[in-house]
Design a protein around this ligand. Structure first.
Ligand SMILES: [Zn+2]
Length: 443
């Protein structure tokens, strides 16, 4: 039984990504993600923000179910997270204590994000945290090595994880896109991926979120042009301009800051999560926004700066804030509800540099937010955005590079898995195994 796989999360549902790989008597867990929809519902229903525990989160279906591991649990040697998004790493604070001897290995940015979450949650995690650079290798044991290969996505430092074993290589390709002009960070490491294809890939566990989309995902440089078209292209003279985007999307924020400077507007970042992710990126020198941006985090300070903006003239400022999914407690919704020292006027510009993540709670929240914004007469620009997820043509290029013997779809249900399988079979890769959460298979 050389390589055994246990599908834990992200196989039956879209999120809560987690999978375990067993090599003889050693197990590696790849990703430990939250189911964001269930997690948001769970946290919104609670008064106390801290004190969340694994058992309650599991009951709420917000974390992967490690009960599926059964007798593998004692054999876990490392928890390896592919990048810093919460549906890949967000369950670590709650679930990693189940495997307290196993270190958590991820990219430096993801580790910084994890540290911030641990601090916020007041959790003292016993597991060692190991930052591993892209292109580097971590030795888990005599038999197992973990390599991070550079890939592009919508957060800095996303990795394709390669598990080197005596029985061949297992490749974990979760969130990815193939971006030739990523705006921030390096291009995908095609050279290494091709080399690995030649060395041989026994199994690839592959993201299928956009397997239904017969296209190539546009580059982040396209999103920069889209932003430029709106931010520099509309007549915003003397008007307020507000942009909202994903807090961890440093490439997008970099474009927004550059364009704000071109407009000669003073740039203000408002909101806790935005400041948390940017500060984590600044700590490891991924970005340097400090010199161009004023960060404002907390209640009183937010009120103060908004008062100042109203007094000096909204046309002099660019506000970048949280709330792109219409989250009721985020800054943009609070601005729209007139809860802060700020009033929208007709002609003010609000740019959503994001897409609505298509789950019920977000769709409802965004509708509500847009309705109340429209009442004020502001100009709303939505979907000024490109995805961070490769579509079927990206999958095709990657499969041809790595030439896997076996394919296991992850991060979407069976239907999208079958779409990937069909395309792969057309290229001659005929062994796709579709798993559900809890399934175990030997290869
Ligand atoms: Zn991601």
């Amino acid at each position: 039984m050389p390589i055994e796989i246990c599908a834990i999360g992200g196989f039956s549902k879209t999120e809560g990504n987690s999978v375990a790989i067993k090599i003889d008597e050693e197990v590696i867990i790849l990703d430990m993600g939250l189911c964001m929809e269930d997690y948001i519902r769970f946290t919104e229903d609670r008064e106390d923000v801290q004190g969340k525990n694994y058992r309650d989160l599991l009951k709420a279906h917000a974390v992967p179910d490690y009960g599926f591991l059964e007798d593998w649990q004692e054999k876990v040697k490392a928890i390896v997270c592919s990048h810093g998004h919460l549906d890949h790493l967000g369950a670590v604070p709650f679930a990693a204590p189940l495997f307290s001897k196993a270190p958590v290995v991820s990219t430096p940015y993801a580790i910084e994000i994890l540290k911030s979450i641990l601090q916020d949650e007041k959790i003292d995690l016993k597991n060692r945290l190991i930052p591993l650079n892209l292109g580097a290798t971590y030795t888990v044991s005599e038999k197992i090595k973990v390599e991070f290969v550079t890939i592009t996505h919508s957060i800095p430092q996303a990795a394709i994880v390669v598990i080197h074993t005596p029985y061949g290589n297992v490749m974990y390709v979760n969130d990815f896109k193939l971006d030739p002009q990523p705006v921030l960070g390096k291009k995908p490491d095609y050279k290494r991926l091709t080399e690995l294809g030649k060395e041989g890939i026994e199994i690839v566990i592959m993201n299928t979120l956009y397997a239904h989309a017969h296209r190539k995902c546009p580059s982040e440089s396209v999103a920069r042009e889209m932003l430029k078209n709106v931010m520099l292209g509309v007549n915003s003279l003397g008007k307020g301009m507000i942009v909202t985007t994903f807090s961890s999307h440093m490439a997008r924020l970099k474009s927004i800051v550059q364009l704000g400077k071109e407009l000669n507007r003073k740039i203000i970042f408002l909101g806790r999560s935005l400041n948390k992710y940017v500060t984590a990126a600044e700590r490891i020198n991924l970005v340097n926004f400090q010199k161009d941006v004023k960060f404002v985090n907390h209640g009183d300070k937010i009120q103060k700066i908004l008062k100042k903006i109203e007094k000096e003239g909204k046309g002099k400022y660019l506000i970048v804030c949280t709330g792109h999914q219409g989250e009721p407690k985020a800054i943009l919704s609070r601005l729209a509800r007139n809860e802060l020292n700020f009033h929208f006027d007709s002609g003010d510009v609000v740019i959503f540099s994001c897409q609505v993540i298509p789950v019920e709670i977000n769709i409802k929240n965004r509708e509500k937010l847009e309705q109340s914004l429209r009442k004020t007469g502001v100009r709303i620009f939505t979907d000024v955005h490109v995805s961070g997820h490769g579509a079927l043509e990206d999958h095709r290029d990657l499969l041809e590079m790595i030439k896997p013997k076996n394919i296991i779809p992850i991060h979407a249900g069976a239907e999208k898995g079958r779409m990937l399988a069909e395309m792969a079979a057309g290229l001659g890769f005929k062994n796709t195994t579709i798993l559900s959460d809890g399934d175990k298979r030997t290869f």
